[in-house]
Design a protein around this ligand. Sequence first.
Ligand code: NAD
Length: 260
Amino acid sequence: MISYTDKVIIITGGGSGLGYSAALSIAQLGGKLVLVDMNKKSLEESKKQILEVAPEAEIVLVEANVTSEEDVKNYVQLTMDTFGRIDGFFNNAGIEGKQNLTEEYGSDEFEKVVSVNLNGVFYGMKYVLKVMKQQGHGSIVNTASVGGIRGVGNQSGYAASKHGVVGLTRNSGIEYGQFGVSINAIAPGAIMTPMVEGSLKQMAGDDWESAGKEFVSVNPMKRFGKPEEVGNLVAFLLSDAAKFINATVIPIDGGQSYKY
Ligand code: NAD
């Protein structure tokens, strides 16, 4: 039912974790990819690993910082110059930031996290939507988080930015549905990626693996999510099979967010 033949998909944060997994799923379904990341080495590694599984895949790599509006404009322009269309956009690059109580949460840290997670997502939508509106079709998935729909604690910048992503998604989804464009957000719980490993290390240092086990012991499914589970969800949401899903937020967290 799902095919990405002749479809062009941009993925930010494509060098690691959820961005890489979505890229892998979409490449296996025949999509052409533009992978954007600020880390050139991990972009190259992503491409290499995807080509091992999907040797025919067309993959363009763009080194860009999503906090720079100019960089965002450039990756959108480069996609148009290369492929002439944008069918799907996984607007995903993000960081967690340092954990701390609100009063001790650095103002610089707050600005940094909001700048990547919220400004970056806004710039991405701004330039991609211009193209999709003109085309009369397209799908966007923004990466929010359980921290964008619930309080998590010790994460002022992250919570503010991810709640902001949910707001942007609902607002723009309502605006652009009439142009044949769907915009949704995903709200992953704890998915084992380098970001979550870093988060556990912040909380528990060398003991991070046992802290991880304890962390997921309260999850209804008693485990971390797998990046490929998120990759598959994104591949579905950006496909034609999901066209009438719009302006919503889809948790992928083993049910944890309903348990608080
Ligand atoms: P990750 O650290 O494995 O990957 C993030 C990628 O984004 C990295 O390759 C990094 O280089 C890139 N990146 C960071 N800042 C950037 C910038 N300014 N410009 C361009 N690229 C940048 O993390 P992940 O777990 O794959 O996270 C991906 C997204 O999912 C993030 O938005 C994160 O907040 C969100 N998320 C993750 C989880 C989880 O459990 N892993 C849960 C909820 C939400």
